[in-house]
Structure formats: structure tokens, C-alpha cells
Write a protein that binds this ligand. Sequence first.
Ligand code: NDP
Ligand code: MG
Length: 393
Amino acid sequence: MKERSVNDMKKIAVLGSTGSIGTQTLEIVRERAGEFEVVALAAGSSIDLLEQQVAEFLPRLVSLTKEEDARELKRRLSLKGIYSTEVVYGMDGLIACATEGSADMTVNAVVGMIGILPTIAAVKAGKDIALANKETLVTAGHIIMPLVEEYKVKLLPVDSEHSAVFQCLQGAGEQTVEKLLLTASGGPFRGKKREELGSITVEQALKHPNWAMGRKITIDSSTLVNKGLEVMEAGWLFSLSPEQIEVVVQPKSIIHSMIQFTDGAVLAQLGTPDMKLPIQYAMTYPDRVSLGGKRLDFFELQKIEFYKPDTDTFRALALAYDAFRAGGSLPTVYNAANEMAVALFLDRKIGYLKITELIEQAMNAHKIIANPTLEEVLSAEKETYDYIRENVR
Ligand code: NDP
Ligand code: MG
């Protein structure tokens, strides 16, 4: 085997290192010892876990949201004799991590629109991006995709469906995609009708049948907002129109998505539900490297079932298509309304069905700005938060 020197190691910055995707990213770094060097880590407020991660990976830079948390982490690191890691905070800190001078790749695994500015900064700093943070492309895809071209960086999808598409597209020529068949598990409430969803509790909504993920995306998966966001994310990543993306419910999450080509061929990527595969593929692309874990057993599986999504019950998916078709600032309103509504639901301030109702109300109340600037995207976000604050008592 070829020996790697320190200079061959791919240097990565991980934003959202304490979350579900972030911790799995670091597991891959650990498993592939000698291939990656972690140069920056950023989190929100999970000081304890971040402290452990710093002690293990010794990054040059680390960031937390609040100044007092950063001060506390610095104090703890000095007690451990770790002085080589600089501790920063806030949006400036997150951006500093995203653009850390020596990083080759920035893994963006923060949750929510907070990911926009660090992504833009990282692209402009010439970093390749492994993107889990779908909210960023949904709201600012029209700004980020041209920058990716301009700065000639790679934008590698981490979301399992988008990674599946990306894998199926390897070696395909230009203009060969007819349609994307985006698979969906249907979430824990598949088969239920609207009347049955009114009494859903936080605990019930946090149980996903196939994937263990962060809290926000787990709720989004149950309302099908996650699939709605993924439709828009796929639109930006693969230059597809809403008409070219069809959601196919496939409850076991075995087929991670499929591409129908212009010659009628359909390619799919299958595998057990394990986010480490798409994360690792983004990290090692264009190489495909080994990964442990359970393999698919087709005899055990026996059959794969397909259904049309029930968009009468799960209106959030239909609303996502509306936002996608209208474009401009409407996807931002869809996303921001959902971010706030999910936070309110998790805080037990609103009922389950209210999440989708608030998205629809906020969309109806918004005057669409075509091709919004970054400032206009961020002000549409703020306007939506204000609207929801005024409408939830
Ligand atoms: P988690 O909630 O598990 O993790 C979110 C991470 O972001 C945490 O490290 C959190 O830090 C950090 N964070 C939150 N707010 C801030 C902030 N203001 N500044 C800096 N860091 C912050 O989410 P997931 O890992 O599940 O999801 C991350 C993204 O990946 C989402 O966009 C999601 O849609 C997407 N995704 C996730 C999948 C999954 O399997 N989990 C699958 C496909 C996509 P702290 O711990 O301190 O709060
Ligand atoms: Mg997904």
C-alpha cells in the first residue's frame, strides 16, 4: 500500500461537528486514519462534546455560537494543556472555520439557513464543499451555484438521495437526464390521514422508521418538508425543473434515488440506510473506498414497494413544489417558516398540523422578490420569522 505523508492528508473543516452528520464525519476521519486532518471544528452550544473532539483531533481553529461558551472552552482546553487551538465564536467564528486557511474541504453539517454565509465564504476561499446543509441551497441556490462555477470548487452532496443521484451520474454525458425519481420513506405517519395527525406528539414525530438523525430533520421527514426541501435542493444541484423531479415513496429506504435517462434507462443507487456512505463518498470523491457495515440481503428484503406520496395529507410537499415553481424569495419563506414552526413544535408551543399551516400562511402573505440578493434572502427570512411571531400566540 502507498504510504501517505502528512502533506498528502486532506485537510477538512467540519461545521456542525457535534451533530448527527458531524459526528459521523469524524467517525470516518477516525476510521480512515492518516487520510484526513481536521483543521477546524464548529458547533452551536455543545461544549462538552466539542471539548472531546478538540482533544482528539487538535484542530487549529474551533468555534461556538456564544462568546461565554468560547471562553469556557478555552479555559477547559488550557487546563488540558491544549494551547494550539484558537477558540472563536459567533457567525464570524463559523465563517473563520469555514474558510480556515489550510482546509481543502469544508463539510457543512450545520442545521438551517445559518449555513448560507459560511458556505458562500468557503466557496470564495476556494474550498470544496461537502454539503449536508440542504437549507442553504434551497434558499440561496441561485447565489451559490454560480459562485461554485466561478471559483471552480466542487460542491459534493451529502444528503443520501442527492449522493445517490450524483453516484448514478458518474460517467453520464451532458443533457442525458430525463427525470429524477427522488425516493422518500414517507416518514413515521405514512398511511395516516389528516384527521389522525392533529394529536401527534413531539415524541411520536421524533421516531423515524429508518434513519437516526438530528431533531429538526426528523420532524421535517415526518411532515415531508424534508422531501420538499430535497426536491428544491436537487433542482439546484442537478439543474432540474420541478417537472423533472418526481417523489416516489419507498418505505424501507433501500433505493436512495434513481435517474431516468433520455434513452429510457433507469439507474438507481441502493444500500442499507447508513449516512456514512454518502458522507464518505463526498469526502473521498472521486475515489470510492471501502466502508464496513451491514450489506443488503435481497433474499431477506424480498420486495421493494412503491407508492405515490399523499400530498393531500402531507401538504408540505405540494407547498414545496409551489415554492420551487414560483422561485425567487418564496423557497426562503417556505424554509424559514418551517424552521421556526418546527422549533415552536419542539418547544410544545404549537400542534403538529400547525407546522404546515404556518408555512402555507407565511407563503400566502409574502410578496415574492424574483432573483433576490443575499440581503433580500436574509430579510425574507426575518420577515417570515416576524410574521410567525405575530401569528402564534
Ligand atoms: P443536528 O441537529 O444533529 O446537528 C446540527 C449541528 O449544527 C450541531 O453540531 C449543532 O451544534 C450545529 N449548530 C446548530 N446551530 C449552530 C450555529 N448557530 N452555529 C454553529 N453550529 C450550529 O443536525 P443533523 O446532523 O441531523 O443535520 C445537519 C444538516 O444535515 C441539516 O441541514 C440536515 O437537513 C442535513 N441532513 C442530515 C441528515 C442526517 O442523517 N442527520 C441526512 C441528510 C441531510 P450543537 O450540537 O452545539 O447544537
Ligand atoms: Mg435525505
